[in-house]
Design a protein around this ligand. Sequence first.
Ligand code: RFL
Ligand code: PHB
Length: 421
Amino acid sequence: MRTQVGIIGAGPAGLTLAMLLHRDGIDCVVLEARDRTYVENRVRAGLLEQNTVDLMRELGVGERLDREGLEHDGIYLRAYGRNHYIDLAGLTGRHITIYGQQEVIKDLTNALIEKVPIHFEAADVALHDIKSDNPRITYQHDSQAHELTCDAIAGCDGFHGVSRRTIENHITEYDYTYPFGWLGILAEAKPATDELIYAWNERGFALYTMRSQKISRLYLQVPADEDIANWPDDRIWAELGERLGEVNEGNIYEKGITPMRSYVAEPMQHGRLFLAGDSAHIVPPTGAKGLNLAVNDVRLLAPALTELIRGGRTDRADGYTAAALRRVWRAQDFSNYMTRMLHDLGAGPFQQQLQLARLDYIARSEAAAHSLAENYVGLPAEPDFQLPWPRSRTRRASTSSATACSPISSPTAGGVGATPG
Ligand code: RFL
Ligand code: PHB
């Protein structure tokens, strides 16, 4: 079988790329390891930046999002029982929208299914000849062996996929693991707040978010190696109450613990393999950036692939890593900054006082609030590939969590001490 672009992974990156390429008249095939029901029900992100919402509308998949998505004008930062409002819309003129990632996936899949082949339950996916002009993908589907010859391959297969592993000898990895994770729940309960609440608390961070007027999504900071069995529902509600104040309780129908990690692979391209989304980078969810970065990657990748395939021009393809990483590192810095400002770092009272000083600064300075706000809603999409200066790669980039998490403001490797803007 032959196609122009073989896309591995039917997550937000892979499906959005398929929509963009199809719109540009480029053939593609999507290969997904899991079945459709699993992919459409996997609970993950919820917060979409304005850029992401605008792109979904542009691609003709914004109708249900506009109907059911919850547009928000601001967020609360909470400490010592008091909420401070950050007027995102007033400060930036832009909004964020709450709409579950699985709903985005359903909308994209429904729009694509008649247009682009999506092979769910594709097993043993392997990449070959990626340095040639005709890279190949082999896989098993319906108990048969298949081979797909392409002009280019897009590795959109998430953090644990096969694509990045295929080029692991050619990339520099920047890696940072936090010593805590998030316990997340979905509950049948009307949210007790109009906007999201990011709560600093001596017992640890908590986040109040939602999916609808009837469904609450809540998160608690827990140790990285925490066992979910230690958290019966009563304990979760009690702890949420301690950290967030007023919380409406209801039936918990989904519960899980997510580790927190920052990771970047550079470059995001080798030969004719291009990585996009979580396959190339992940961020801790405190800045709500992962899905939005995945969508931004493919916004840049689609025209690069179209030019490469149509006209044999490689300048956009060659510039893909630099263009994508510009936003990725901005998001890494912001996610790290939010994480370190709001979580119990286990680093003692001095660090706690620095956190409170930062929160206080945001509360009293419009410049500080504005910087947080423009990062949170997402900077406007880049108009072109122009960078103010070239990027350079650092060798030996990994940092362990133990040392990297203690000081809040020393500007060493591993992303510590970051501030937005
Ligand atoms: P995905 O979504 O992981 O999709 C990759 C797809 O590839 C498939 N796959 C393979 N297919 C074929 N062959 C293989 N060998 C394969 N290996 C894997 C997988 O089955 C899957 O379908 O990556 P993508 O598209 O890059 O999208 C990234 C986002 O999913 C992720 O960044 C976000 O969920 C992160 N995230 C958030 N991002 C936001 O922008 N806003 C948020 O509010 C937000 N909240 C969150 C989050 C992630 C969380 N968790 C659970 C990690 C909250 C949480 C708790
Ligand atoms: C979510 O709604 O799931 C959500 C919102 C904001 C975050 C992370 C997750 O920072």
